[in-house]
Design a protein. Sequence first.
Length: 473
Amino acid sequence: MGPQEVILSACGSEVTATSVTGRAAAAPAVQVHDLLSSAHLASFKTSTSALHSLSYVQSSGGSGGSILAVQEGKALVNVWAWQKDQLHLKLHLPEKLSCFSVSPNGHWAAGGSPTGQVYLWELGSGLLLASYTAHYRAVTSLTFTNDSNILLSASLDASVHVYVVSRVVDEEDSGAVGKPCGTLSDHTLGIRAVAVGRTAGSSGGRCWTASDDGTVKMWSLYPPFDLLATFSLPPSVAPTSLAVDPSERFFYVGTTQGDIYHVPLFKRREEMGGRLGDVEAVGGEGQGGAPIKAEGSVVSVKSPVTCLALSLSTSHLLIGTRVGEIHIHSLPSHQHLRTIASHSGPITHLSALLKPSDLIGGSFKSDAWPVMEVKPLERMRVGKAARDVQEVTMLLRPRVSPVALDSLRTPQAKPLSVVPTASTDTGDRLAELEAENRRLRAGLDKALQINEKMWSGIVDMKLVDAPATNGSQ
């Protein structure tokens, strides 16, 4: 059986006036569904979270992953393990957060506040490594690149700051804390969504930002972080969410009107006579280039779009709405396949991922993999002396099952065993070595005596020849 792809979704506070009639009210929870059949697989109760306030860490390498979500309206982070549906931990925060994100490698957690403050923790120890004022208005989203080296903070102040995580956590470089290595600042209104390419990271790549000004901008993540292209939506249309193709061939934009726009990033070059030439990338004119118009929505739903996601193979488009529905469309035809209506509030998180090996309800033994270690998060920064005594806990377990590759490896040849010798042989060998040592010492003494005689003879000859030479003069 091949890998199974699942949908991870979460909702916000319960819908009242815009709720769908006839739907039974369900307890708010983080839910997992099968992508192909929409079958319900698991629920993690009970929690509501705002937009951009939930993250997850995949299970890998014999260690279980986790789901971390900020409780809506409270200064709390709820933590679940894939292995059980009950709440695993509750982490207290310094203040209520407007967004929250965990790095893909599971090492860092970042939170943004309505006042523009950004916090950065180390999950393994709970240390608050950095706390600084990044924006003068609310932080709307925090996004890590796939290599976990770059952090992007977006805000209602119409700017996106780019931070190198290693510089933010560096205690020796205190001047770099809170100072971005670049700023994306060509929008005129607040930023609502940020998406990064699969190759984005410390070596470069691209990212996309969607703003209330009705535009989506594409940027280079290589210094000096140039603007590559601007895509404009029809008038009075405001973007709410983005989903970028893993191969960066196109992206989708969700809007408050319930329309989804498909924007290609490559096109055929027009040649003379109306013929189509080679494929070329769109945009690239930078800040002075004309905006590229996104015309004609490919999908339209009856409610404002809150979340978008693409399946790992880009065969399905997932659309989350304000009334708590998840629409699944086939690609590239955009045909509607199914609707999941198991949430009672607006969809605030939507992602497609491989089914975790230790997901509850499967055949996996819950005690086979340890749960991801998450320590209580510090609410205030402590001094360097206190941080030095902190430790990151790592649970090492013996291998409980043989690795499949072990049976394919050629067994290594065992060294031949050495037959132990008798004690008498050891004594004889020791006597031989002592005799050899005495013989060598005697030879050395004889050589020293010969050398001394030769040196004395040469000195005597020089002394005898010296008076004779002086007399002849």
